[in-house]
Design a binder for this molecule. Structure first.
Ligand code: PEP
Ligand code: MG
Length: 549
């Protein structure tokens, strides 16, 4: 039987299933008579859960898994969240129910709250609430949490929903693949699986009625296909697919040590997009020439408070120190689909056309000032470029530059050193920035075209809305012409231009980008070698101008 889900982490996996037991549903409510005793039980369980979380957090940090550490940190915050705790203790005191029931009831309410949010990221937080609540219930029952780290043979994990703590405890040697019913592209477990290179398919309905323990399963983490109990002939086909995929990856790694140069000798820089300093190992391993886009909002996403100047400084410094080439750090791009709880910005009716990115930064100068200070201080540790997202008016970029000057002056006054050679650039993501690109080119030293947003704004088609996906297409002539116009205006003014949206890794567009003279492509670390392969196959002169009229 073939099931269809959403492929979220590429690769082919074939192996026996390991059904991760559903967290036991609560055995029902027990009416208690000794309220104080129950509150003490809860308090003790809470302390144990907090201690456990501190331990796993520490463990993750020691293992250099900062992303995971931040997730556990966030879980600790949930356990200590006043509203969450109050809901549990109120149920115990007012309804005289046992602590396990109170936790599970509270969890249901909070999970539903998050699940009903429009934003995919916030929806994903329901899994965190569930994870935390299960941990509390286990602590109340005195259970040891069954860790997937105890696996000793390679399996494909089948789970209703994989929790971040499950994923981080997995021993990669024993996890061939993952299939889940819930979860999406932006859930933490998915992010972790992808970063560990484990093929994964999510969104497969009715997992527990379809799968059994220890059954043969094959999955394609790109196509989102899962085959249960494949026949001998089908199994052979899956094995061939796996061999082909492994060979393709091996073939790509043979490109290491070669250059991003076309058949007719044109060099194009291939940089990496990152979201965290922890991504740098993969960036180096795949030979990015530099970092073309560090989405700094990641630093703001998992914490309850705005990251301090020092926290940001350390993160930027770490990235700058780890690579020889240029590192372009984009200032906070909050809003749109990226909600940042610690920012406390109310949700707009139309978030992509509302208060986001540079608009928030210029409105919240306190936090923008802190970020710019951290960036300037870190500039001593490598070759830094700073770029600004969602610019749509000349006034905005001028205000940004003015604030930057103010920060420079303050640092000088305080005797704090910073580099004099920081490149200042802007993202081209709005039609206004395209139309004024000749004027913007006088203001900055480089452009980076954010095709993800540029496509949605040019086509007036929300990048999150599947109903208008037929219009949301970077291949559309209107978008291609905009990219060409920006490139020409940049070059006329003598500045360089790159692409950092997902289109940069679209091998069908690479000949076009090369032909119009794009100077840099910035892509996720996993796709760098695929992009290199395409560049090496391309002759920039062969591209037909007719495509864009
Ligand atoms: C883009 O819009 O193309 C881009 C790179 O920014 P983000 O995807 O973070 O909005
Ligand atoms: Mg964008």
């Amino acid at each position: 039987m073939i099931l269809n889900g959403i492929g979220v982490s590429s690769g082919i996996a074939i192996g026996n299933t390991f059904l991760k037991e559903e967290p036991r549903s609560n055995s029902g409510k027990t009416i208690i008579t000794d309220i104080d005793k129950e509150l003490t039980r809860f308090e003790e369980a809470k302390c144990k859960a907090v201690r456990d979380l501190e331990e796993v957090c520490q463990e993750a940090r020691l293992g250099n898994k900062e992303e995971a550490a931040m997730i556990f940190e966030a879980h600790r915050m949930i356990i200590e969240d006043l509203e969450y705790i109050e809901s549990i203790t109120m149920l115990i005191t007012k309804e005289h129910v046992d602590a396990e029931y109170a936790v599970s009831k509270t969890s249901e309410v909070f999970e539903a709250l998050f699940q009903n949010m429009d934003n995919e990221y916030m929806k994903g937080r329901a899994a965190d609430i569930k994870d935390v609540s299960n941990r509390l219930i286990s602590a109340l029952r005195g259970e040891l949490s069954v860790a997937l780290s105890l696996l000793s043979t390679p399996v494909i994990i089948i789970a209703k929903d994989l929790l971040p703590s499950d994923t981080i405890h997995m021993d990669k040697r024993y996890v061939l693949g993952i299939v889940t019913e819930e979860g999406g592209n932006t859930s933490h477990a998915t992010i972790l699986a992808r970063s560990m290179g484990i093929p994964a398919v999510v969104g497969v309905p009715n997992i527990f009625s379809l799968f059994q323990q220890n059954q043969i399963v094959a999955l394609d983490g790109k196509e989102g296909k899962v085959s249960i109990n494949p026949s001998i002939d089908e199994l052979k086909l899956w094995q061939q697919k796996k061999v082909q995929y492994d060979e393709y990856i091996k073939k790509l790694s043979a490109l290491k040590g070669t250059f991003n140069i076309t058949r007719d000798g044109v060099h194009i820089k291939v940089n990496a997009n990152i979201a965290s300093p922890n991504d740098m190992d993969k960036v180096i391993e795949n030979e990015a020439e530099g970092v073309g886009l560090f989405r700094s909002e990641f630093l703001y996403m998992h914490s309850k408070e705005l990251p301090s100047e020092d926290v940001q400084f350390e993160a930027y410094k770490k990235v700058l120190e780890s690579i020889k080439g240029k590192v372009i750090i984009r200032t906070l791009d909050a809003g749109g689909d990226k909600e940042i709880p610690c920012l406390d910005v109310s949700k707009d009716e139309n978030p992509f056309l509302g208060y986001r990115a540079i608009r928030i930064c210029l409105g919240r100068r306190d936090l923008f000032y802190t970020q710019l200070r951290a960036l300037l201080r870190a500039s001593l540790y490598g070759e830094l470029g700073i770029m600004f997202p969602m610019i749509s008016s000349l006034e905005e970029i001028r205000q940004v530059k003015e604030l930057l000057k103010e920060v420079e002056q303050d640092l000088k006054n305080e005797g704090i050193p910073f580099s004099k050679d920081i490149e200042i650039g802007m993202m081209i993501e709005t039609p206004a920035a395209v139309m004024l690109s000749d004027l913007f080119a006088q203001e900055v030293q480089f452009f980076s075209i954010g095709t993800n947003d540029l496509t949605q704004y040019i086509m007036a088609a929300d990048r999150m809305n599947p109903k208008v996906a037929y219009l949301y297409d970077t291949h559309n002539l209107a978008v291609l012409r905009a990219i060409k116009m920006v490139t020409e205006n940049a070059h006329r003014a003598g500045i360089w231009v790159g692409i950092c949206g997902e289109a940069a890794a679209d091998t069908s567009l690479i000949p076009f980008f090369l032909n119009i003279g794009i100077d840099e492509l910035s892509v996720s670390a996993n796709t760098i070698l695929q992009v290199r392969e395409k560049i090496q196959q391309t002759d920039t002169r062969e591209y037909s101008e007719e495509i864009i009229g």
